[in-house]
Design a protein around this ligand. Structure first.
Ligand SMILES: [Zn+2]
Length: 241
């Protein structure tokens, strides 16, 4: 009954839109934004949104989540003076489940609040949690009292060039930027962005050529001279005089 009355929400051509009628929706978006800017009623802005991020997983390799479970107090964060919670070294990898969960020395602890027996959280944080700020630790790797010294970090940061695969563009880069902005808001760094430039490996790899395979395809080998190589390339029409 009312279905026909619902507004059209897909891309298309604008109708009954005054001076914007007849424009396709992409062009119209731009023109309407320009108009709003002219009228001083709004402006164009790019925004990013970080999706909810589940950082825990059931693996040994990762940063322990500093939380214990007490029968009396419930979930209790490990206080700062008891950090860091370190991964145990005596661990049995059976290929089944999380090896931390079966490690009694790690699991059994006492509650920091009441001192009664408690159980440690056995999930660990995913590795993005470390990779989102490790470059800051590189600026002060031997600091025993805090993650890094603010002055040292401000001296070395931001990173000049970030080299990585394009798959990092929507995950690691956003997480690292989120961490950077969070640390900046805490007053721990002055920089707004962690990386100055981005080079994705994919761009380089596309141009990559295996020299050995190239030589083989030309009937040459590692002992061939550059002259022989040029000769063959010329024969095949790969080189123009
Ligand atoms: Zn307790």
């Amino acid at each position: 009954m009312g279905e026909k009355k619902l507004p059209y929400t897909e891309k298309g051509v604008l109708v009954n839109s005054g001076e914007f009628s007849g424009l396709d929706s992409e062009t119209a978006k731009r023109k309407i934004t320009e108009k709003l800017e002219q009228l001083g009623l709004g402006r164009k802005k790019v925004t990013y949104r970080l999706r909810d991020w589940n950082i825990s997983r059931q693996r040994y390799w990762g940063t322990p989540i500093p939380v214990v479970y007490c029968q009396k107090c419930g979930i209790v964060p490990v206080p700062e003076n008891r950090l860091p919670v370190k991964l145990p070294l005596e661990v049995e990898f059976t290929g089944k489940g999380n090896p931390l969960a079966t490690n009694e020395d790690f699991v059994k602890t006492t509650c920091p609040k009441c001192g009664l027996p408690a159980k440690r959280e056995t999930d660990t944080m995913d590795t993005f949690f470390d990779s989102s700020w490790y470059f800051l630790r590189y600026t002060d790797p031997k600091n025993e009292s805090k993650p890094f010294d603010e002055e040292k970090a401000n001296y070395w940061m931001p990173v000049d060039i970030y080299i990585g695969g394009i798959e990092h563009a929507v995950l690691h880069l956003l997480y690292a930027r989120f961490f950077q902005k969070f640390l900046r808001d805490l007053g721990l760094t002055r920089y707004d962005e962690p990386f100055e430039r981005l080079i994705t490996q994919g761009m380089v790899l596309k141009k990559w050529v295996s020299i050995r395979k190239l030589l083989e395809s030309l009937g040459l080998n590692g002992d061939s001279t550059v002259g022989e190589l040029l000769e063959k390339l010329r024969e095949r029409g790969y080189l123009k005089e």
